[in-house]
Design a protein around this ligand. Structure first.
Ligand SMILES: Cc1cc2nc3c(=O)[nH]c(=O)nc-3n(C[C@H](O)[C@H](O)[C@H](O)COP(=O)(O)OP(=O)(O)OC[C@H]3O[C@@H](n4cnc5c(N)ncnc54)[C@H](O)[C@@H]3O)c2cc1C
Length: 494
């Protein structure tokens, strides 16, 4: 790992002064950090949680949307159509698994069929390549488990799937390897500006200073805007509930299957994931707070009912977990990507709801351009390296290659998570690689240990031991996701 940025920091007392501070280590903040790491700048990423990708960039559908959906002429449409190929390119550079499996939007009746024609037309206007209209029977030839009730389909051949948190982790890891500093557990509670410098303070009393500040706080972006002195938009958080099914159901479909969209969004999808599971969801329900991660019996029942409409043979006995993600929606539905009218040096990336994941690279470039327009000088570094070492290299080896690797690195021969076949070597690698995993859930997101059928029941204690050993902390201090989420409270008998 190269520590590039040490040359560019300035310190005043105990306060670091950066060229740019980004609030929020989701996929937008992460990709922006990576983009800015190409230049001779000191950049910091401020995150309230103990890890990156802890909000929307963790809990979403993971679909690379083809771009037929946004209204032509909008910023969303432009960034979506540019974003698809940019995302595939970035995923390749970052060694993040990504698959162009194509998607299908399904009409179930003569009344719904005109929606397919409208979406096709909209896609043509957005210049989306490879759109086709199929009859229900033509669609069932390439997607045999599709419901017999489907009458017409928009086939979106440029669409794909990606693991959203893997992409976020990799972009931030690559940004850090190129000199960006990640400050976790830095919940921004105060922002002031004096003599062209922002002073950004955290809940726990830490502070940094910066010349430019970018608000990438997702569903909290309106809160950050208000703290900074801007009050021109409001996030309306919309929760989406999902069920994830075992790999036994992973081949039920090969495309991502949508129903016709409504005002509430893209509807319930049925999709394979890049890891070989089946994902169904999400619902769309306005909630009072972005911190709304619980699933509900009604929500999951709705997911099951609507997913079965597209693919009646889905076996819901194979559900291994359920989760909720919260969209950063706003009135009008457009992304808010702009320099503040009130506060010089402040840029907002607010209301980045779907297809924000698809647009992460195009948004990062758009934001970089805004920063340049308001005075940030962009001078390219000579030694920027956009390639991230393949974090999943061991997982992808064949048996012969694995055996040879284990001879040299015995820890990769010790299986810790039996459901997902994750070795001690991979877990230690996760704890040591940027952005380092500091808790059980962070290890899980990087390695898949605990993501299988037993959901960590077997491997959890062993992962705790490895975290304790690698970080040099007692077992009692190992947490599930930072803060007070300790796994154990002490030793029996003490
Ligand atoms: C249910 C659902 C399904 C979706 N499906 C898709 C899809 O299939 N395809 C697609 O393209 N897009 C999809 N999206 C949209 C996509 O997930 C988002 O656009 C994207 O993840 C937004 O990233 P972000 O970085 O802006 O926000 P986030 O990932 O939410 O990141 C914001 C970060 O800011 C941090 N933060 C907040 N407040 C503070 C503070 N005070 N101090 C410090 N840090 C703070 C948070 O902890 C968080 O880490 C979906 C979204 C949802 C919710």
């Amino acid at each position: 790992m190269r520590l590039y940025s040490a040359r560019f920091y300035f310190e005043r007392g105990n306060t670091m002064i950066y060229d740019v501070a980004i609030i929020g280590a989701g996929v937008i903040g992460g990709m922006l950090a990576r983009e800015l790491s190409k230049y001779k700048l000191s950049v910091t990423l401020l995150e309230k949680e103990n890890d990156v990708a802890m909000e929307a960039s963790h809990a979403n559908s993971g679909i690379v949307h083809g771009g037929y959906d946004p209204v032509p002429g909008t910023l969303k449409a432009k960034l979506n159509s540019e974003g698809v190929e940019l995302l595939f390119e970035a995923a390749k550079e970052l060694n993040v698994p990504c698959k162009r499996n194509g998607s299908m939007v399904c009409a179930f009746s003569a009344e719904e069929e005109p929606i397919i024609d409208e979406l096709y037309q909209q896609g043509q206007e957005n210049q989306i390549p490879g759109l086709k209209i199929l009859s229900g029977d033509e669609a069932r030839i390439i997607e045999p488990n599709l419901s017999a009730a489907v009458t017409k389909v928009l086939h979106v051949t440029n669409a794909g799937i990606v693991c959203p948190y893997d992409l976020t982790i990799a972009s931030i890891g690559n940004a850090m390897d190129n000199g960006v500093q990640l400050l976790r557990n830095f919940k921004v509670v105060s922002i002031s500006r004096e003599k062209s410098l922002f002073c950004v303070k955290s809940e726990s009393g830490d502070a940094i200073e910066c010349r430019f500040l970018v608000n990438c706080a997702g569903a909290y972006s309106d809160e950050i805007a208000r703290i900074a002195g801007d009050d021109f938009f409001e996030i309306i958080p919309r929760a989406g509930e999902y069920m994830l099914l075992d790999k036994l159901e992973g081949n039920r479909v090969s495309h991502t299957l949508f129903q016709c969209p409504s005002v509430e969004g893209k509807g319930i999808l049925v999709s394979p994931t890049v890891d070989g599971n089946l994902l169904v969801g999400p619902t769309a329900k306005v909630v009072s707070t972005p911190k709304c991660n619980d699933t509900t019996a009604e929500g999951l029942a709705e997911v099951e009912r609507l997913a079965s409409k597209s693919v009646p043979s889905v076996n819901f006995r194979q559900v291994i977990t359920s989760f909720t993600g919260v969209r950063a929606s706003t009135k009008g539905g457009e992304f808010i990507l702009k320099a503040s009218d009130n506060v010089p040096g402040l840029v907002h990336a607010g209301a980045i709801d779907s297809p924000g994941l698809t647009c992460c690279v195009s948004i990062a470039r758009y934001l970089t351009n805004i920063l340049s327009q308001i005075g940030l000088i962009l001078e390219q570094k000579d030694e920027w390296n956009g390639i991230r070492e393949n974090f999943h290299a061991f997982r992808e080896m064949n048996d012969e290659e694995k055996n040879a690797y284990i001879q040299e690195h015995p820890a990769f021969g010790k299986i810790v998570c039996r459901c997902e076949t994750v070795s001690e070597g991979e877990i230690v690698q996760a704890i040591r690689t940027n952005p380092t995993a500091l808790d059980i859930d962070s290890v899980k997101r990087r390695t898949r240990s605990g993501m299988g059928r037993c959901q960590g029941g077997f491997c959890g204690p062993y992962v705790m031991e490895l975290i304790s050993r690698e970080l040099g902390i007692p077992m009692e201090e190992v947490t599930k996701f930072g803060g007070q989420s300790r796994m154990v409270i002490g030793r029996i008998g003490e």
